[in-house]
Ligand binder design. Sequence first.
Ligand code: CMC
Length: 376
Amino acid sequence: MPEMAEVQRGLQDVVALESRICFIDGRQGRLIYQGYDIRDLAARSTFEEVAYLLWYGRLPTATQLEDLHRRFGELRTLPDELGQRIDQMPVGAHPMDILRTAVSALALFEPEETKPGASSIGGAQRLTAVLPSILGQFHRRRSRLPPLKPRPELSQAAYLLYALVDREPTELESRALDVALILHADHELNASTFAARVTASTLSDLYSAVTSAVGTLKGPLHGGANERVMELLDEIGQVDRTEEVVKAKLVRHERIMGFGHRVYKVEDPRATILREWSRKLGEAKGDLRSYELLRALEAVVHQEKGLYPNVDLYSGSIYSLLGVPRDLFTPIFAASRVAGWTAHVLEEYQDLRLIRPTAKYVGAVDLPYVPVSQRG
Ligand code: CMC
């Protein structure tokens, strides 16, 4: 067999394509969306501005932003048939499974969007507007909350909170979620975005690409980590048990969720910002329990493994303080990342090349074929 190049397991350090959307400086701990530092965006912008930035490559004017707010409000309503189908889905299902199935089913009721070449920023806006509605439709039924209304006057963050907890969020609460949505909106070629781009690179449609991405985000090594972090806090229970619990896990070679990253060699800048929000919201609500446990966890994991926190460490504590059930943490990640997924898919269509790597074959060759009747 011909000699093959060395395998880059997990495609680590492989530069697969050029992109203008997002830059991660893993050594300096910097994250840039379309030229803007995430710290500026988290301090000064909104999720709507960031979604616009990712899709159009520039920040919106006041009129463009107002138009986008209006579009999101108009695009929140689910097709009746989809609402009915979500109502028939098992209430015990994980909301990420509901989301994956519902995004795929949405395409059946919006066939124009799935025709080859039809994918556009309009489709990106529709998917971004509608994800909170899918989650609200499912969660409200299983929790016996009143039916969802489109509430066009609400920002995406406030609408998502209304959809999931059925109350008017305070300004601080909706800002906390808005910042979390900004921080999760894109992250270069992470696994789910790569999955979306692979799908798009076959000239498949936007809805198929986002369906692939939702399925990929679900895994605990990617978006599913935030839910697991809160389970770990339950296991630890109190600050003085942190060291014992972490050491026992490391002896069993278990991963500590919310730590480590393929690209960041220093602290993930999103974790730095979310840590502050976890404290701020905890103080406002008079509940710093999760924050204090997470601080203790950070110290022990750094001492034992030299690992830094990633975006998933503090997000769950913020969502818990907002009253969101745990199995909706990863879906919130999806409701934000959909802006990045769709921006990448649209970029992929602009500079399309089928993504198709090769494998190093390590199996047998030239085996003699034995007819089935003679196999023992
Ligand atoms: N806990 C314990 N050990 C870890 C962890 C962790 N969280 N992360 C990395 N390591 C160790 C790993 O065991 C390995 O050690 P050794 O060389 O002794 O076998 C070494 O660090 C390198 O690990 P790796 O798996 O080769 O590194 P990677 O670049 O593939 O891992 C990662 C990246 C995110 C999969 C990993 O850090 C991890 O599993 N973290 C926990 C899950 C998590 O928090 N995921 C969210 C990631 S950020 C948001 C997102 O993208 O969704």
